[in-house]
Design a protein around this ligand. Structure first.
Ligand code: PHB
Length: 368
C-alpha cells in the first residue's frame, strides 16, 4: 500500500463538530488509570501521558468524579475542587500546545463505591437500594459491595447541581467540552436500566421516567456549554458492574430519541459487553436512529475501524487499549507500523511504568 492509499483512509479525515475541528477520526477513549495525586488532583505525570497522545483527533479523559460522593476507585481524578481544576488546567494547556483537543468525562459511580471511599463513611447512593454483586476496589483492597441508599427524590436536584458545577469547573480548567458518562453501570446508567432502577416515582418505571435524570443533567449542562461541546456515553448491553436491562433495544431506542432533541456533539457507544456475552443490540440501527455524530468503541483495530467508517456505521472510533500502549497511535496507523502490546498489570495504579514509558516509533528507531 502506498502512502497515498494509507492517507485515503477515512480515519485521517478531519471532522467538524460545531466550531471544533478534529484533525482525524481517531479518539483516545476514556481510560481509568488511577494515577491522580494527593486530593485526587491530576499531576505532572498525567500531563505527560495526555500530551504524548495529543495526536488523537480528540482525547476523552479518564472518568473524573463530579463530587467526593461520586468516587468509586482509588486515585481517580476529580473535577470538584479548586486544586483539581488547577491540575487539569496544566494538562489542557499541554494538550492544546501539542495540537490536541480534550473533553473531560463527568462521572458519578452511584452504587459502585464503598463507604471507606466516601465522606463520613457514608453509603453509596443509587436509584434503588440494590446491592451489586462483586467487590469494590478500595484503598484497603477489594471489598464486597454494600447495599446502597436509594436517593430521595428531593436529593436529585443536588446531583444535577453537582454535574453543573463540574461542567463549570471543566470550562475553567480549559477543556474543549464534556462527556457525560451514562454507561458501564455507574449512576446515570443505574437510572436508565430496569435491573437497577425499581423506583416508583417520576425517575423510575417507564423508560421516559428512567431517562429523566440523564435528560435533566444534559439540559442543565446546556446552560454551561453549547450542546455542540457536550457528548454522552452509553453502553446498551454492557453487564459490567452487575447491570442489566430487560429490553435493551427498546430502552436505548427511546434514549437515542431523547438525545436527538439535544443536538449533542456526539453519542459515544461502548458496543457489546465488556464481560463478553453475545451481542443482541443492532448498533448499525442505533447509529442510524441517532441524528448526530456517532463514536464507536469496542476493541476496534485499524482495519475494523476503517470498515465501520466506510460503511457509515460510525463517524469516529475511540481506541482504548491501543492508546495505552501506543502514544503515537495515529503515526503508527499512518505508517501501518507494528503496535506495542499493552501490559495489563500496569493498567490500574502505579507510576510512569506502563503509563508514560511506552516507546514511540521515534524512540524505537533511535534505540534500534
Ligand atoms: C474501571 O475502572 O474499570 C472502569 C471505569 C470506568 C468505566 C469502565 C471501567 O467506564
Amino acid at each position: 500500500m502506498t502512502d497515498t492509499d494509507t492517507l485515503n483512509s477515512p480515519l485521517f479525515e478531519p471532522l467538524e463538530i460545531g466550531d471544533l475541528k478534529l484533525k482525524n477520526r481517531i479518539v483516545m477513549a476514556p481510560l481509568t488509570r488511577n494515577r491522580a495525586g494527593e486530593g485526587n488532583v491530576p499531576q505532572e505525570l498525567n500531563k505527560l501521558y495526555y500530551t504524548q497522545r495529543a495526536n488523537a483527533g480528540l482525547i476523552i479523559t479518564e472518568a473524573s468524579q463530579i463530587s467526593p460522593y461520586g468516587q468509586g476507585y482509588p486515585m481517580t481524578p476529580g473535577i470538584h475542587s479548586a486544586d483539581q481544576v488547577a491540575g487539569w488546567q496544566n494538562i489542557t494547556r499541554g494538550v492544546h500546545e501539542a495540537g490536541g483537543l480534550m473533553f473531560i468525562q463527568l462521572w458519578h459511580v452511584g452504587r459502585i463505591s464503598h463507604p471507606s471511599m466516601l465522606p463520613d463513611n457514608s453509603l453509596p447512593v443509587a436509584p434503588s437500594a440494590i446491592q451489586p454483586q462483586g467487590e469494590a476496589m478500595t484503598y484497603n483492597g477489594m471489598q464486597a459491595f454494600v447495599t446502597p441508599r436509594a436517593l430521595d427524590i428531593d436529593e436529585i436536584p443536588g446531583i444535577i447541581a453537582d454535574y453543573v458545577k463540574a461542567a463549570e469547573n471543566a470550562k475553567a480548567a480549559g477543556f474543549d467540552g464534556v462527556e457525560i458518562h451514562a454507561a458501564n453501570g455507574y449512576l446515570l446508567d443505574q437510572f436508565l436500566r430496569d435491573g437497577t432502577n425499581k423506583r416508583t416515582d417520576a425517575y423510575g418505571g417507564s423508560i421516559e421516567n428512567r431517562m429523566r435524570l440523564l435528560d435533566e443533567v444534559i439540559s442543565a449542562i446546556k446552560d454551561v456549554w453549547p450542546s455542540s461541546r457536550i457528548g454522552v456515553r452509553l453502553s446498551p448491553e454492557n453487564q459490567f458492574n452487575d447491570i442489566s436491562d430487560s429490553d435493551p433495544e427498546a430502552t436505548f431506542t427511546a434514549i437515542v430519541g431523547m438525545l436527538n432533541k439535544h443536538d449533542l456533539a456526539y453519542l459515544h457507544v461502548l458496543e457489546g459487553d465488556m464481560l463478553g456475552s453475545e451481542r443482541k443490540v443492532n448498533y448499525a440501527e442505533l447509529r442510524r436512529l441517532f441524528t448526530g455524530f456517532y463514536m464507536a468503541n469496542s476493541g476496534y483495530t485499524k482495519t475494523t475501524a476503517e470498515k465501520s467508517l466506510n460503511a457509515g456505521n460510525a463517524d469516529m472510533i475511540a481506541f482504548g487499549q491501543l492508546y495505552i500502549s501506543n502514544p503515537d497511535l495515529v503515526q503508527r496507523f499512518i505508517q501501518d507500523s507494528e503496535l506495542n502490546e499493552a501490559d495489563q498489570n500496569t493498567f490500574y495504579g502505579g507510576d510512569a511504568k506502563g503509563y508514560t514509558d511506552y516507546p514511540s516509533l521515534e524512540e524505537n528507531t533511535i534505540s534500534a
